[in-house]
Design a protein around this ligand. Structure first.
Ligand SMILES: Cc1ncc(COP(=O)(O)O)c(C=O)c1O
Length: 363
């Protein structure tokens, strides 16, 4: 049997390039506390993505929590049910309550036309998710937020490389929180970042990432430990050199899937209506769950492992939230499948995956 192919595989720079950077860490003995490599990574990412301010942190979940904390939010936060559980757990860990706004059935992002009906006198913010890197309708969301005096935090965990009007989508909202998790287009193993264009918020994020220390080392506010280590930053610096290659490989893989699956009856796809997405995930929506399960089984039989993502819809997680209906998210979630897509996947595997899907759908 051939080696298993999973939905994703971390992109890694050649090992010797990573160890070369690590030699400097061993020499300096600096492992953390906003060390030189973290600072370099922040600078390089800002330059690469055209961002004003990026604060590197431990992971994407902590980035969301720090964003809520920095904006001093207490109350209801309107968010998407079609997301990874971290979006909602971050809201809850910061003492806020998630309110679910259903999604647009084509973009799979929060439906901006449904936000206003959910606003109450307790609403403090909107936290939309750029699902699979497809940008949200940032203009509409900003207009609603302005009208009602709400903050906007984007869960941009998937969205490095996505753009709206030639600008990184991470530059929208009061703060965007992204992830550098192993599976993401750019990774540091574990890691994440808060992005803002507001220099006051930038300084605050830097302080609360580091126990609430100011530049003079005084504790001036209630912080936590959200620091990225030098070891992770070193991996990020090594990987960043390959960002363009990784980005184009995913784009080519995405385009090939779309070309081969695009006209197949019985499947539909997420649409990008605003800006340009980063092609970081390729998902297929089947007509019903039994078909999806059949496809998964046939792929697994050939040692191919796609992932049900996002499944189930987070508003149905009875252990963490009280149920609030979101019929579109609940309808799509059991029918959507993320297919293998990563740097070194190659066309042959993509063709094989498509062949199996096409054969299964014919039956
Ligand atoms: C939409 C979304 N938000 C938040 C996160 C959390 O990011 P991290 O794994 O870096 O904590 C993820 C993780 O995959 C995610 O998919």
């Amino acid at each position: 049997m051939t080696k298993a192919t999973y939905v994703t595989k971390p992109s890694l720079a050649p090992l010797h390039e990573y160890t070369k950077i690590l030699e400097g860490v061993w020499e300096s003995g600096i492992l953390t506390h906003n060390g030189p490599l973290v600072q370099q990574l922040e600078k390089d990412l800002q330059a690469k993505l055209g961002l004003q301010h990026l604060v590197a942190v431990t992971n994407g979940t902590v980035a969301l929590q720090l964003a809520i904390k920095a904006l001093e939010l207490k109350g209801e936060i309107i968010t998407s049910p079609f997301t990874w559980v971290a979006t909602v757990s971050a809201i809850k860990w910061e003492g806020c309550s998630p309110v679910f706004c259903d999604i647009d059935p084509e973009t799979l992002n929060i439906d901006p036309d449904k936000i206003e009906a959910l606003i109450t006198d307790k609403t403090v913010a909107i936290m939309p998710v750029h699902v699979f890197g497809v940008p949200c309708d940032v203009d509409k969301i900003e207009a609603i937020a302005k009208k009602h005096g709400l903050k906007v935090i984007y869960d941009a965990a998937h969205a490095i490389g996505s753009k709206v009007e030639e600008k990184s989508v991470l530059d929208y909202g009061d703060i965007s929180a992204t992830s550098f998790h192993a599976t993401k287009l750019f990774n540091t193993g574990e890691g994440g970042g808060c992005i803002t264009t507001d220099s006051g918020l930038f300084e605050k994020l830097r302080r609360i990432r580091f126990f609430g220390h100011d530049a003079q080392g005084q504790i001036v506010e209630d912080g936590c430990n959200g620091k990225l280590t030098e070891i992770h930053a070193a991996l990020g610096l090594a990987n960043l050199k390959y960002y363009d290659e990784v980005f184009s490989a995913r784009k080519e893989g995405y385009a090939l899937y779309k070309e081969l699956l695009g006209n197949l009856p019985g499947v539909s796809f997420q649409r990008c209506k605003v800006g340009v997405h980063n092609s970081s995930y390729f998902t297929v929506i089947f007509e019903n769950e039994p078909t999806l399960l059949d496809v998964v089984q046939k792929l697994n039989d050939q040692n191919l492992y796609p992932r049900r993502y996002f499944y189930p819809s987070v508003n149905t997680f009875s252990k963490i939230v009280d149920y609030q209906p979101a019929p579109i998210s609940e309808d799509i979630s059991p029918r959507i499948l993320a297919l293998p897509l990563f740097w070194e996947l190659g066309d042959e595997k993509i063709r094989r995956v498509v062949e199996i899907i096409a054969e299964t759908l014919k039956k």
